[in-house]
Structure formats: C-alpha cells, structure tokens
Ligand binder design. Structure first.
Ligand code: UDX
Ligand code: ADP
Length: 465
C-alpha cells in the first residue's frame, strides 16, 4: 500500500474546513491542502484575523494556530493540489436543485461533476477519491463513470466517507465521533486497500471498533437516513407542541418524560420554531426524490411529511405572533434575536429566521435584527433569495445591529429565533423598560422559559406550553 503523504480537499466550506483541520491535527506526518474556487474564502482562511474565518466554529481557531502553514494549507491552486495528492476529498456543496428535473427535491450535482472532471483532467497517477459531501445514493457510480470516461492509465478508487458533524459542535464531534463510516468496493483487493488507507488516517485517534466499513451504497444511504431520522424526531416533538398549546400540557415536560425511556432517549427532542441548516431539508428532499424515482410513493410521502410539519411549525409560530399582537404588526418595531439556524455557528442556510422574517415583512413589520455571529450582508442576501425584493427594498424594511445598543428601544415585540446563550443573560427587566407597552416576547426556542418574563410584565409566549 502506498504511504499517504499528501491529501487534498476540494471545497473549503463548513465541512471541508473543520474536517481537514482535525485530520491535520491528528496526522502531522501528512500534508493537507484545502482548495477552493472562491479566492475570497481562501484569503479569509489564510488571514491572521482568526475572529473572521469563513466558518465560525468553537475550537476551530485554536486548531488552526497549531496546523495552518505547518501541515495544513489553503489554496486556489486546485490542479497542483490534485496532482500531488494520493487521497482527494470532495467537500463541495450539493444544494437542492432549483431548476429542471427534480427541481426542489434532487441534489444538484453540478459542483461534484465539475470536481470529478477536474480530477480526470489533471491526475497523472492513482488516486483515492473520497465523497465527503452528502450525496444521493449511487453518486459514486457517476463519479466512476466520469473518471473512467477519459482514457488514462490511472486507477481511481471511490470511497464514501460521510460527515456526521453538527455545526456548532463540529470540532468535538470530529474529535469524538460516534462512528466513522467508510463505504467502498469491499469485494476487490484494491477497494479494501483504499478503505484501509483512509481508515488508518482516522485510527490515529478513533478507536478501531468505531470505524465501520460497508459497501458504498449503504454508506451513501446511511448519511441521508441518519439525517432523516434526526429531523423526524424534531418534527415529531414539534407536532406534539401544537397539541400541547391546544391543551394544558407542556411540551418540555412531555419531552422530558418520554426521553427518560431509554428506547426513545433524551436527545433531539427540543421543540423549536423549526429545524434549519444545510442538511436536514436537503437530505430528506433527496430521500423523497430517490424513493419516488423507484416508485416507492408511500415511502416518499412518509418522509416528506417531516418537511411539511417543519414548514407548518414556522407558519404556526408566525400566526401566533399575529394573533397575540391584535392581528397587525404593520409599522411595529419587532426585534429578531438570532438569525443563524442554531447557536455557535454563523451558518444561516435554511434558518427558520429567514422564513419568519419574510412573513413579518409581508405584514409590513419593521424588523430590527441582531445575531452575535451573522452580519448584515448575509441577512440581506438571505432575504433577497427568499423574497423578490431588491437589496434597497430590504434595507428599507430591516435594520441590522452589531450590538444590542438601542436594539430594544420602543420595540413592540422580541422574537427569539436562535438559542444563543447570551440572550439568557440579558437584563430583561431593563429591556422591558425600553420597550413599548404591552411588550411581547415570542420565544421560538423556549430559551427564556426560566427567566420568568411574565412576572416582569412581558406577555411571554414559548413553544408548546
Ligand atoms: C445535522 C446532523 O446533526 C449532523 O449529524 C449532520 O452531519 C449534518 O446535519 P446540523 O444541521 O449542523 O447537523 O445541526 P443539528 O444540531 O442537527 O441541528 C439542525 C437543526 O435542528 C437546527 O436548526 C437546530 O436548532 C434544530 N434542532 C435540533 C431542534 O429544533 N431541536 C432539537 O432537539 C435539535
Ligand atoms: P458545505 O457545508 O457542504 O461545506 P459550503 O458551501 O460551506 O458547503 O462549502 C462548499 C465549498 O465548495 C464552497 O466554498 C465552494 O466555493 C466550493 N466549491 C464548489 N465547487 C467547487 C469546485 N468545482 N472546485 C473547488 N471548490 C468548489
């Protein structure tokens, strides 16, 4: 087996950046180069200013200080990095298709195909290609076909090594994974050797019994199914939150009680304004698309319901704001606390905040927005993608703050959309003094459930209670 000395990762995003940083930390004898077409992103990764990395992730900056420019490099020299590497990770984005066949469901594989073509074009020796991005089942065969289309003496082994890290806890997830999954061609000696090469990189810190190898299709499908099961739990508890609001039950108590059953477990039972993030919706839509393409319509409908319930939860939350605020928010100052799809990340993809903001803007509310890690440019871009408004129009409807100075002055309502810890420690008595009366708090995360806001004078509404 060839000794692995150089690894390339194509795609310097939320997956590629943190994953390679941890691999580099644990494999000091290997040189890692992360390449990207986006020069600005690479410059940010190379910048001395570790507070403004393209990806905010607790613990990441510390690892970069130990690895960057030692055995971890960020570059736009894609061809050279591919040429030199024995292993190439593909960590490019695979968004839901917004056009053509499979629009709104299927994963858009154009970036994967572009990478594969690039590898086929520049490779001059054998490579192990590792799918890191979430991909539809059987993508490996597409990659294989493209690689072998070009006449070449190079041998390519394709592995699937899906990422299970959750943003906000990516570094701890990578350092202490529940499992590492490697799918490959287990029926050939070359396939098994490739799996072994990748496995050895993880074995530097992951116990062997946590490294699972399967056939490639099982590995690709497992990633989609893991995310579908996780999202399903959230939609399940969110469906119960609606029932709790209609009765005297409290969803937090119900979640606590059912979570004590070891067969159910305590995690992922937090009712919220709705799940977001780049994976859950995309992967379930993809699963639905795949099931339909095999004529498994009942299976497709079953999983699609997880998404429909999530959409319903966001609308239900918005409708409660309207109902409690006497049916109108027109010209009212509404503070949105949080924009990221969860705490401890600057990622806003599919964040529930975007949907809630859109609905409130349509009701002519004036939105005053603060998130500790998301800037105005990102928020405006998210709203432009979600609505048909131009940038100037959006800027007339929202104001983005960089601190909470004056944020609450004369506001009618505060809407909590991300569970950032710092929101709990705000001086809510003082905030109450700054706001219009009556002062409403709509807590999409049940974050302030113990702050006793009602006794301060607020009209406080959580989820499912
Ligand atoms: C997810 C998977 O957890 C991870 O394994 C996979 O690799 C990528 O997709 P991520 O999307 O980064 O990770 O975050 P996650 O912690 O799963 O949260 C997703 C969304 O669900 C967030 O909006 C979060 O706020 C929400 N959520 C999570 C809830 O509303 N309730 C919960 O109990 C848990
Ligand atoms: P993820 O969450 O999957 O990591 P991101 O969007 O954060 O997704 O990162 C994907 C990265 O892949 C982006 O920085 C994008 O510029 C990069 N990328 C997409 N296509 C290519 C390509 N053909 N070659 C190199 N980099 C690419």
């Amino acid at each position: 087996m060839t000794k692995i000395s150089k690894i390339c990762c194509i795609g310097a995003g939320y997956v590629g950046g943190p994953t390679m940083a941890v691999l580099a930390l644990k494999n000091t004898d290997i040189q890692f180069t992360i390449v990207d077409v986006n020069q600005q992103r690479i410059d940010q990764w190379n910048s001395e200013d570790l507070d403004n990395l393209p990806v905010y992730e607790p613990g990441l900056a510390e690892i970069l200080t130990q690895t960057r420019n030692k055995n971890l490099f960020f570059s736009t020299e894609i061809d050279q990095a591919i040429k030199e590497a024995q292993i190439i990770f593909i960590s490019v984005n695979t968004p839901t298709k917004s056009y053509g066949i499979g629009k709104g469901y299927a994963a858009d594989l154009k970036y994967i195909e572009a990478c594969t073509r690039k590898i086929a074009e520049v490779a001059t020796d054998d490579k192990i290609i590792v799918e890191k991005s979430t991909l539809p089942v059987r993508t490996a065969s597409t990659i294989k076909e493209i690689l072998h289309y070009k006449e070449s003496s190079c041998q390519f082994q394709i592995l699937s090594n899906p990422e299970f890290l959750a943003e906000g806890t990516a570094i701890t997830d990578l350092l202490n994974p529940d499992r590492v999954l490697i799918g490959g061609d287990i029926h050939t000696a070359e396939g098994r050797a490739a799996i072994q090469s990748l496995s050895e990189i993880y074995e530097k810190w992951v116990p062997k019994d946590k490294i699972i190898s399967t056939n490639i299709w099982s590995s690709e499908l497992s990633k989609l199914v893991a995310n579908a099961f996780l999202a399903q739990r959230i939609s399940s508890i969110n469906s119960i939150s609606a029932l709790c609001e209609a009765t005297e039950a409290d969803v937090e108590e119900v979640a606590f009680a059912i979570g004590k059953d070891q067969r159910i477990g305590e995690k992922f039972l937090k009712s919220s304004v709705g799940f977001g993030g780049s994976c859950f919706q995309k992967d379930i839509l993809n699963l639905v698309y795949i099931a339909r393409s095999y004529n498994l319509h009942e299976v497709a409908d079953y999983w699609e319901q997880v998404i429909l319930l999530n959409d319903y939860q966001k609308v239900r939350f918005f409708q409660n704001i309207m109902k409690q605020m006497h049916g109108t928010v027109s010209e009212k100052k509404i503070v949105l606390l949080g924009w990221a799809f969860k705490k401890n990340t600057n990622d806003t993809r599919e964040s529930a905040a975007i949907d809630i903001a859109k609905l409130l803007i349509e009701e002519q509310a004036q939105l005053h927005i603060f998130d500790p890690k998301v800037n105005e440019k990102q928020i405006v871009q998210d709203l432009m993608m979600k609505t048909n408004f131009l940038q100037e129009e959006i800027l007339g409807k929202i104001k983005v703050y960089t601190s909470i100075n004056q944020l609450f002055d004369d506001a009618h309502a505060v809407v909590i959309l991300t569970e950032w810890d710092e929101f709990v420690s705000y001086d809510w008595k003082s905030i109450y003094q700054q706001m219009e009366q009556p002062s409403f708090v709509f807590d999409g995360r049940n974050l302030l459930k113990n702050n006793d806001l009602n006794s301060i004078g607020f009209r406080y509404f959580g989820i499912g209670r």
